[in-house]
Design a protein around this ligand. Structure first.
Ligand code: UD1
Length: 339
């Protein structure tokens, strides 16, 4: 069966393409290459032995998106990753984020409806919960007012999918990721931030390898045991596997609602200093870091209640923080060798 993966040359997308192919699915990727490279397609082939289909399309182009679906009426499901994802940039350029992230989703749903594709897995985020009142956070936690346009696009996208499935023959699974990190064990694919990374782990590995001078730890005055902020970091390969299970579930007719939502995390929170400690342990490197002021917009702590995903989806994250950090470090070193 053929699955369309939008954003399939990106970080989470590329790992998901590998897992889909290894589970026997045929994959076609759409990406506009705004934050990734076409060479990722070749690296996927090196891992799996099969080259996924690839079309460079900007999904905000309704005409081209609809035309794609007309040409590929044999698609069984869509996993929609393609989106802009830098929280800080979204604050500076809100309209860019709304236009890109929402128009692309609308065009994909329109294309699906026109060509009779019935299943969509959507790449959502724990950011829809804001700073939750109760931890760990369950799927029933209230959706709080968004802290950034990026977060707001995820909230609105979830609603667009819900309302669309009410009137079209489409089912959806919304996957709310906590903090995906790490890379494939082959070190052939991983996170490839263009420019200065915003996220913690690429910043750590780039600092350790000498691309950046020092890591700034944003705040040590949070109400947490060591004062630094806590997140639920999850290995990107564990995350990718959940997408295959979600697609299997929909294609196997096992969905219990037209739209289902699942938290994807490990259920364990780690502070920034704990992540650094794990990195130093597995890499043997001493990281140059200093504590600075809090980053505006950051929440204090969040980690997932994964009971629903464990029991209903039958999925559980397997890899621990050390394995995550080691794979991220191996990927950074592989990147250095390529140059
Ligand atoms: C945020 C969003 C997440 C989104 C992701 C995409 C929230 C709760 N989460 O994750 O939904 O998918 O961005 O980019 O809004 N840190 C440092 N120094 C650095 C970088 C980060 O100390 O140089 C700290 C941050 O303050 C934070 C932790 O590391 O406490 C993780 O930060 P980051 O990797 O940027 O992810 P989030 O902000 O949690």
């Amino acid at each position: 069966m053929k699955i369309l993966v939008t954003g399939g040359t990106g970080y989470i997308g590329s790992h998901t393409v590998v897992e889909l192919q290894q589970s026997g699915y045929e994959v076609i990727i759409i990406d506009n290459l705004s934050n990734s490279y076409e060479s990722v397609v070749d690296n996927i082939e090196k891992i799996t032995g099969t080259k996924p289909g690839f079309e460079k399309i900007d999904l905000t182009d309704a005409g081209k998106t609809i035309d794609f679906f007309k040409r590929h009426s044999d698609i069984s499901g869509v996993i929609h990753f393609a989106a802009l994802k830098a929280v800080g940039e979204s604050v500076e350029k809100p309209l860019l984020y709304y236009r890109n992230n929402l128009n692309s989703l609308i065009n994909v749903l329109e294309g699906m409806a026109l060509s009779g594709v019935e299943n969509i897995v959507f790449s959502s985020s724990c950011t829809v919960y804001g700073q939750p009142d109760v931890l760990p956070v369950t799927e029933k936690a209230p959706i709080k007012k968004a802290w950034s346009p990026y977060a707001n696009t995820k909230q609105i996208a979830e609603e667009i999918i819900e309302f669309t499935t009410n009137v079209k023959n489409i089912k959806g699974i919304l996957l709310r990721y906590f903090n995906p990190i790490g890379a494939h064990e082959s070190a052939l694919i991983g996170e490839l931030p263009i420019g200065i990374p915003n996220n913690l782990v690429p910043f750590i590995t780039q600092t350790a390898i000498g691309k950046r001078e020092l890591l700034r730890v944003f705040g040590d005055d949070y109400d947490t045991p060591d004062g630094t902020a806590i997140r639920d970091y999850i290995h990107v390969v564990d995350l990718a596997k959940a997408h295959v299970i979600a697609i299997d579930r929909m294609l196997g007719g096992k969905s219990k609602d037209k739209v289902e939502m699942f938290n994807l995390g490990t259920g364990n929170g780690f502070s920034v200093l704990e992540v650094i400690k794990s990195f130093e342990k597995v890499s043997g490197e001493k990281l140059n870091y200093k504590i600075v002021d809090r980053r505006p917009g950051d929440i204090e702590k969040v980690w997932a209640d994964t009971t629903f995903a464990n029991e209903e989806l039958g999925w559980k994250a397997e890899k621990g923080i050390d394995e995550m950090m080691l794979s991220a470090w191996n990927w950074e070193k592989a990147l250095q060798e390529i140059g």
